[in-house]
Design a binder for this molecule. Structure first.
Ligand code: 0GY
Length: 305
C-alpha cells in the first residue's frame, strides 16, 4: 500500500472546535470546505503540491452538525487533482445534504460530467494560485466552461488580488455564474477602500454574474485571532473587506469554513470561532439569512430554495 508523508510544517485541523456563540439560521450552508482522502482509500494525486493529513467525510459531517449547519458545499482540493472519487463518495453519502465543486480536464467525457452531476456536482474550480497548481491554458478552461454552462453549473475561481488585472478579461468572458474564492485574496494590510480592493468591488459591480465567498479570514488576516479590548473579535483586519462585499452585494455572497484549512503553517483556526466571526461581517439577521441560507440554496439547491 502506498503511504503518504504529510508536508513538513503541515498543521492538522483543530480537533475539538468550540461550540459557536453565534447560532446560524436554520438551514445554513457551509459553502466552502474540503475532504482529504482518507489516503488509504483515495490516494493523493501524483501532481499534488502538498500532502495533507486525512480529513474524512464523516469528520466533515460531524463538524457540520457541531457548528449547527445543515448542508455543505465540498470543493475538490488540489491534492486530489482531477480525480473526484473522494468528493463523489462524500456527496453520495451525504443524503442530498452536500453539493460539490469538481476539477476536470479538457478530456473529460460528457458521460463523466453527467455522472458528476447525478452525484451532486454543480460547478468546477479554476485555480490560478501558482503554489497550488500547474498552469492550464486559458483556451482549455474556456472550453470546459462552455461545456459546464450547458449543465447549469458555475465556475469557482481562485486567484491572488495582484493577478486580477491580468485575469479580469478572461473572467468576464466566462459564460456561467462565477464564484470568487476568499474575496480574491485581498492584501488586508492596505485599506479596504484602497484601489486594489476597489478594483475587485468594481469587478463585482460591473459583472452581475459574479458572486463572492467572504471566507478565510484566518488565511487573510495579519492581526490574527487575538481578542481586542476584552472583546472576542478575531481577524478584525478582515472585517471591513468582508462587510464591503456583504453589504454591497447581499444577494451574491456565500460563506464557508474552509475546513480542514489546507496549507496553514502559523495558526490553525478553531472552527467555532470562525462561525462567531459571521455576525461581525453580516450585521443584520436579514444579511445573515441571505449569506448562509438564501444565496447558497438558490445556487446549489434551487429546487428547494
Ligand atoms: C482553500 C485554499 C487553499 C488550498 C486549496 O484546493 C486546495 O488545495 O483550496 C490554499 O492553500 O490557499 O480554499 O482551501
Amino acid at each position: 500500500m502506498q503511504t503518504f508523508e504529510k508536508t513538513p510544517g503541515w498543521l492538522d485541523w483543530y480537533a475539538n472546535p468550540s461550540k459557536p456563540r453565534f447560532q446560524v439560521p436554520q438551514g445554513a450552508v457551509d459553502a466552502h470546505c474540503h475532504i482529504f482522502g482518507p489516503a488509504e482509500r483515495f490516494p493523493y494525486a501524483p501532481e499534488r503540491k502538498y500532502t495533507p493529513c486525512d480529513a474524512s467525510k464523516e469528520q466533515l459531517f460531524a463538524l457540520r452538525d457541531h457548528l449547527g449547519f445543515a448542508r455543505n458545499v465540498i470543493v475538490q482540493a488540489t491534492c486530489h487533482g482531477a480525480d473526484n472519487s473522494a468528493l463523489v463518495d462524500a456527496l453520495v453519502r451525504s443524503g442530498g445534504r452536500a453539493r460539490g465543486i469538481a476539477t476536470v480536464r479538457r478530456d473529460v467525457s460528457d458521460a463523466a460530467l453527467e455522472a458528476l452531476h447525478d452525484a451532486g456536482v454543480r460547478g468546477v474550480r479554476f485555480n490560478f494560485i501558482k503554489r497550488l497548481v500547474d498552469f492550464t491554458p486559458r483556451d482549455e478552461l474556456m472550453e470546459i466552461a462552455g461545456r459546464i454552462a450547458g449543465l447549469g453549473w458555475h465556475a469557482v475561481i481562485y486567484f491572488e488580488a495582484a493577478d486580477l488585472p491580468e485575469l479580469e478579461d478572461f473572467f468576464t468572458a466566462l459564460p456561467t455564474t462565477v464564484v470568487v474564492d476568499h474575496m480574491g485574496r485581498p492584501d488586508v494590510g492596505k485599506p479596504a477602500e484602497a484601489p486594489e480592493f476597489s478594483r475587485f468591488v468594481a469587478f463585482m459591480r460591473d459583472n452581475p454574474n459574479v458572486w463572492c465567498k467572504v471566507s478565510c479570514p484566518e488565511r487573510l488576516s495579519l492581526s490574527g485571532p487575538a481578542a481586542l479590548n476584552g472583546e472576542q473579535n478575531p481577524y478584525r483586519d478582515v472585517v471591513p473587506f468582508a462587510r464591503r462585499i456583504v453589504e454591497g452585494f447581499p444577494g451574491r455572497v456565500l460563506w464557508g469554513t474552509d475546513w480542514p484549512h489546507p496549507n496553514l503553517r502559523d495558526h490553525m483556526p478553531d472552527d467555532g470561532l470562525l462561525v462567531d466571526f459571521i455576525p461581525h461581517i453580516a450585521r443584520t439577521v436579514e444579511l445573515q439569512r441571505k449569506l448562509l441560507v438564501d444565496n447558497p440554496m438558490r445556487l446549489y439547491w434551487p429546487d428547494e430554495a
